[in-house]
Design a protein around this ligand. Structure first.
Ligand code: AKG
Length: 403
C-alpha cells in the first residue's frame, strides 16, 4: 500500500477497499471512475511519479494559451492571392515555432463532428463487457493503458485502422448492436472529410516551405496510412497526480484532433506546459515526428499530454495521418543547406512504424518520457545522420533527379 493506497491491489488485479467491504473488477478505467466517485485516493498504478504529475490543471489557461496559433482556412481556396499567402505564412510559422495550430472553417460540418463525438461517448458509456467485445489485438478497445511498467494512464480508447485497409466493421461486429450502422457510417463520412482537410493542410504546409504544393500530399492521395482513435477520459478523483495520456510526441506525419468542449490537452513549449482551450468547431492540428524528419527539422514535433478533471468525462477523436507505407520521406534539397545541414536520413513509414511500435511495447519510449523532449527521440535519433561534407554532397547528388 503506497502513500495514496487506501485501496489494495491484489495479484488478481482486483482492488479491495477496507470499508465498506466490496470487490469490483477495476481493470477498466470507466469502472474505476464510477467505483471511486467521491473517493480520496486512487490505485497506486495511476499515481504518477512527481516529475510527471500535471503542474497545470486542465483548465489552467494562461497568456500563452491565447498565443497558440489559430488559422482560419476560409480563404485558403477562394481568397485573394494575399489572403492565401497570409494563411500559408501563418501555417508555416505555427509549424516551425509551435508544432501546433488550431484551424477554423475547415469545412467539416459541425453536425458531423458533433455526431461523431456523441457516438463515441455512447460507445464508452456502454457496460465494460460490451466494450470489451471491440478488443482487437493492437487496435480496437482498450480499457487499461499500461505503458510504463506499473504506470497506467487514466483513459479508455477505441483505435480504428482507417487506411489503407479500414477495420471498423470487424472491430464493431459483435457490439454496439443498436447503433453499429450509424457509428460505421458516421466514422466513414468523417474520415472522408478529415482526409480532405489533411490534404489541404499538407499542401499549405508544403507551400509555406516554398516546395511544390503537392510535395507531401501526393504521397497521401492513395493508400495513405491512418489510425483514428477515440480517447475517453472518465472523471478522476485525483487529477493532480494522474494523467490521461503521458507526455508524448506523435510518430506519424500530421495529427488532427476533434474534441468536445471540456479541455485537457496540454502542449510543452519552452519547457512549460500550456493548456489548449477548446474552441468551438475548431480542429487541433500538430506536426508529428515523421514530418519533423521529412522537413529536415524545419517543422517541430512537439510533446503533449492529456490531463484530467474530477467532474466530467472528456472525449477526443484523433486522426493520425501518414503517407502510403512505402513512400520515401526524404528531406527535399531546398531544406538542406549550410545553415540547415541534413539531419535525417530518408525513411519510409513501413520502416519507422514497426520499430516505434516495438519500442512502445517494450515500454522504452514511455519510460524515457520524463526527461526527453520527444518520446520517440531514440527513433528520431536513429534516423539522424552525422553529417559530413561528403555525405551531404552524396545526398544532394542522389536527390537531384528526384526533387
Ligand atoms: O485527447 C487529447 O487531447 C490528446 C490526444 C493525444 O495526444 C493522442 O491521442 O495521442
Amino acid at each position: 500500500m503506497g502513500e495514496h493506497g487506501i485501496w489494495r491491489e491484489q495479484m488478481t488485479g482486483v482492488l479491495v477497499a477496507p470499508t465498506p467491504r466490496r470487490a469490483v473488477n477495476l481493470d477498466n478505467v470507466g469502472n474505476l471512475s464510477v467505483a471511486l466517485k467521491n473517493a480520496v485516493a486512487i490505485p497506486d498504478a495511476y499515481v504518477q511519479p512527481e516529475g510527471l504529475r500535471p503542474d497545470v490543471p486542465y483548465d489552467g489557461y494562461s497568456e500563452e494559451t491565447d498565443q497558440i496559433p489559430v488559422v482560419d482556412l476560409h480563404n485558403s481556396n477562394t481568397g485573394t492571392v494575399e489572403e492565401r499567402q497570409r494563411i500559408i505564412s501563418d501555417i508555416g510559422c505555427a509549424c516551425k515555432e509551435w508544432g501546433f495550430l488550431q484551424v477554423l472553417n475547415h469545412g467539416v460540418p459541425d453536425r458531423l463532428m458533433q455526431r461523431l463525438t456523441d457516438l463515441g461517448t455512447r460507445f464508452f458509456q456502454m457496460p465494460a463487457a460490451e466494450k470489451e467485445k471491440a478488443a482487437f489485438g493492437q487496435v480496437g478497445y482498450e480499457g487499461r493503458h499500461v505503458y510504463m511498467p506499473e504506470r497506467v494512464q487514466w483513459v479508455e480508447t477505441l483505435a480504428l485502422v482507417t487506411g489503407p485497409d479500414p477495420n471498423l466493421e470487424d472491430i464493431l461486429r459483435v457490439t454496439c448492436a443498436d447503433y453499429r450502422e450509424e457509428f460505421i457510417a458516421t466514422v466513414n463520412e468523417y474520415i472522408q472529410e478529415i482526409q480532405r482537410v489533411g490534404l489541404v493542410l499538407l499542401e499549405l504546409m508544403a507551400e509555406s516551405l516554398a516546395l511544390e504544393k503537392s510535395f507531401f500530399s501526393q504521397h497521401f492521395e492513395k493508400n495513405s496510412t491512418s489510425v483514428t482513435r477515440f480517447n475517453y477520459y472518465p472523471p478522476c478523483p485525483l487529477p493532480s497526480v494522474a494523467l490521461g495520456l503521458f507526455p508524448h510526441a506523435d510518430p506519424n506525419c500530421i495529427t488532427i484532433l476533434n474534441q468536445d468542449d471540456i479541455g485537457g490537452l496540454q502542449i510543452r513549449k519552452d519547457g512549460r506546459w500550456i493548456s489548449v482551450r477548446p474552441l468551438k468547431d475548431t480542429l487541433v492540428v500538430n506536426v508529428g515526428d515523421s514530418l519533423q524528419a521529412w522537413t529536415n527539422g524545419h517543422f517541430k514535433s512537439v510533446e503533449h499530454r492529456a490531463v484530467l478533471n474530477s467532474v466530467k468525462p472528456r472525449l477526443s477523436v484523433v486522426f493520425f495521418y501518414s503517407p502510403y507505407a512505402q513512400a520515401a520521406m526524404a528531406p527535399p534539397l531546398k531544406l538542406v543547406d549550410e545553415c540547415h545541414p541534413l539531419l535525417y536520413r530518408p525513411f519510409t513509414w513501413a520502416e519507422y512504424f514497426p520499430r516505434m511500435q516495438k519500442k512502445r511495447m517494450e515500454g522504452k519510449v514511455m519510460r524515457e518520457a520524463s526527461n526527453s523532449p520527444l518520446l520517440q527521440i531514440e527513433l528520431v535519433k536513429e534516423l539522424k545522420v552525422h553529417v559530413n561534407v561528403a555525405m551531404q554532397q552524396k545526398y544532394v547528388d542522389d536527390r537531384k533527379y528526384n526533387d
